[in-house]
Every structure is written in structure tokens, then in C-alpha cells.
Design a protein around this ligand. Structure first.
Ligand code: KG4
Ligand code: ZN
Length: 340
């Protein structure tokens, strides 16, 4: 079965073709990041308009790259939510219209389920059950995953998500948007000089809190005006140490408490090299295994949506409806999902 996947929940248009027998055949991404950088964040209306410009050429691109044509597609998976409603509407309406034209089923995918399953696109994927750390611009969650659609939330952020904390701290250091990659690059030149708190490190539960860290960074920034490049790098270094230490400690705690040995990490912050270094070392010490998506599939992409859709299609969860009506879910809790 050949599944076309469409992602348009925020500022990236992602398309992919996944074959349930042969795996990922092709994928393509257009990032709007340069367009939004001028404004310091995503402008929803501009995002929607740009998705409209990209979705058709990218569809043609993935079909050509896989040597396929429209009638070869068996089903279309698309991100129904959560995300920006206008942006979601572009991918959703395009998917339903194309499926109507081809008279094939659609699969409405939860964006976070896409992220969550992305590590399974790689070789030697872990078996269920496993612990998942989902760290993106909007989420910092620890989950127990027993199967497709069987997600138990173990811990969540009480305030800012990990990626949000990276972005806000990067802004305080004048690193531009998006901040995560820029901050982690700068941290490479930093040295241990400052000491920031490790929020909720010993709270006993699996929750996170990152907004206090940002305030501590602000205090450091105010104390060291005018900020020189060395001080900026040292602050970035310590901030990254603090966030990755807390994330690693809680992942190990979750594995221990659940009595599991497999961990997967997904979402944009999962691309962070320091986080991977710490998680690799900690899991190795405890004879556990950690899996990540390849770097380009940590952030938003069409492949994860095609894959999640294909998993649900295999389990017969496609919506083979006749009216092809649609809606988007800008707010959608992952725990509302059901097993196929
Ligand atoms: O998963 P994602 O592409 O979008 C959401 O669904 O939110 O994640 C984007 C987030 C941004 O906050 C970005 O700054 C962060 O992931 N990010 C990073 C890195 N690469 C992306 N944070 C830290 N280190 C990185 N290397
Ligand atoms: Zn995402």
C-alpha cells in the first residue's frame, strides 16, 4: 500500500511517500523559516499562504522522485492537528480533495503521534513497549508507549516546553529565530563558568519546568551588560547543560519506574547533540537502548505523517468515507487517541 503523507501544521510543508512493503520511497520539505525570521516568530497568515504555494509542487516532486503517479497512491495521510488552524486547513483540504478525486481513503494523523513514531522509520526499531521523550517547540512529555495509539502520559511540562525555552533563551542572547539550533551551536564555544538551577530535578515525579531557567538567564544577561561573545557562549553552554541534564535524569527515572529498557526521543530538541551525548552515556550505563530519528526527521516533516498514517492503515483505521468532509483540530490531546 502506498501512502502519501502531508504535514502543514506550522512553518514547514512536508510531503512523503511511504510504501508499507518497501518503506520510505521519497520525501521533500520546504521550510518557511527565512520568511518568518524577519518577524522573530511564525506569522500564521503568512504560513497558510505559503503552504498553499508549496503543497502541489512538493507532491509532484515526491511522486517523480519515487517514479510514481497519482493513481499509484492507495491512501492519503495528513496532519489534522494540533497546530495553526489556517496552516492545518491547507494540508487537510488538499488531502481530502485529492482523495475525493482519486476515490481513496484518508487518514487524519495527530502531529505528535507522527513525531512519536518517527524513530521507528530507522533501522532496528525498538519493540513496544517503550518510553518516549517528546521534546519540541510546543511539548515536553514523557510517555509510555504500548502500541500504536496506546500512549500513557507519565510527565509533562508545567510551563514552557523545552524547545520554547531554547527559543526564548536564544532571544535573550540575541541569537535570532529559531533559537534552538543557534544556541546549541554557540554553546560549543562555551565553558563551565555560570551555575543555573536544574528545575524539578529531584521532584520525584516526571514533570518538567523550564520557565524559571529563562528568568535566571535574564538575570545573568542583566548582570553582564554589555554582553560580550564569550559571556554569551558561556551562558548558552550552562543553559544547555541544565536542560539536557534534567531531560536525561527524568528519562532514566521513567525507564526505571516502568521497568523498561527501550527509550525513544523525538521532536526538534531531539536533534540536540548534547542531549544525545548525555542520553547515550546514561542508557549505556544502565544497559538500556535509546533510538532517535535521523536529524532531518526530528523537526517537522512529511515522512513521519506518511509513516503514522501507514501504521494506522495497516491496522485498518483509514476513513473510507464518501463525503470527504473535513475539519482541523488546532488543539488536540494525544491521550484522546485510540488504538486502531
Ligand atoms: O518538532 P519541531 O520541529 O516543531 C514543533 O512541533 O514544535 O521543534 C521545533 C523546536 C524549536 O523550538 C527549535 O528551537 C528546537 O525544536 N530545536 C532545537 C534544536 N533543533 C531544533 N533545540 C535545541 N537544539 C537543537 N539542535
Ligand atoms: Zn512538530
Amino acid at each position: 500500500m502506498l501512502v502519501l503523507g502531508i504535514e502543514s501544521s506550522c512553518d514547514e510543508t512536508g510531503l512523503a511517500l511511504y510504501d508499507t512493503a518497501r518503506g520510505l520511497l521519497s520525501h521533500a520539505l520546504y521550510s518557511q523559516v527565512e520568511m518568518h525570521a524577519e518577524y522573530g516568530g511564525v506569522v500564521p497568515e503568512l504560513a497558510s499562504r505559503d503552504h498553499i504555494r508549496r503543497v502541489l509542487p512538493l507532491t509532484e516532486h515526491v511522486l517523480n522522485a519515487a517514479n510514481k503517479t497519482l493513481p499509484d497512491i492507495d491512501a492519503i495521510a495528513y496532519t489534522q492537528g494540533p497546530g495553526l488552524s489556517g496552516a492545518l486547513l491547507v494540508g487537510t483540504s488538499f488531502a481530502e480533495a485529492l482523495a475525493f478525486g482519486l476515490q481513496i481513503p484518508t487518514i487524519a494523523v495527530h502531529h505528535l503521534e507522527g513525531h512519536l513514531l518517527a524513530p521507528l522509520l530507522e533501522d532496528n526499531p525498538p519493540d513496544f513497549p517503550f518510553i518516549a521523550l517528546l521534546v519540541s517547540g510546543g511539548h515536553s512529555q514523557l510517555m509510555r508507549v504500548d502500541g500504536i495509539g496506546q500512549y500513557t502520559l507519565l510527565g509533562d511540562t508545567l510551563d514552557d516546553a523545552a524547545g520554547e525555552a531554547f527559543d526564548k533563551t536564544a532571544k535573550l542572547l540575541n541569537l535570532g529565530y529559531p533559537g534552538g539550533p543557534a544556541l546549541s551551536k554557540l554553546a560549543l564555544c562555551g565553558k563551565p563558568r555560570f551555575k543555573l538551577p536544574r528545575p524539578l530535578l529531584n521532584s520525584g515525579d516526571l514533570n518538567f519546568s523550564f520557565s524559571g531557567l529563562k528568568t535566571s538567564v535574564l538575570t545573568l544577561v542583566n548582570q553582564h551588560q554589555p554582553l560580550d561573545e564569550v559571556t554569551k557562549a558561556d551562558i548558552a553552554f550552562e543553559f544547555q547543560e541544565a536542560v539536557t541534564e534534567v531531560l536525561t535524569t527524568k528519562c532514566m527515572q521513567a525507564l526505571r519506574e516502568a521497568g523498561l529498557t527501550n527509550l525513544i526521543v523525538s521532536g526538534g530538541v531531539g536533534a540536540n547533540a548534547k542531549l544525545r551525548e548525555k542520553l547515550n552515556a546514561a542508557t549505556q550505563r544502565k544497559a538500556c537502548k535509546v533510538s532517535y530519528p535521523r536529524l532531518e526527521f526530528c523537526t517537522d516533516n512529511g515522512a513521519m505523517i506518511a509513516f503514522a498514517g501507514a501504521m494506522r492503515l495497516k491496522a485498518q483505521q483509514a476513513q473510507n468515507r464518501h463525503d470527504y468532509s473535513f475539519s482541523v483540530k488546532p488543539r488536540w490531546n494525544l491521550s484522546e487517541l485510540q488504538a486502531p
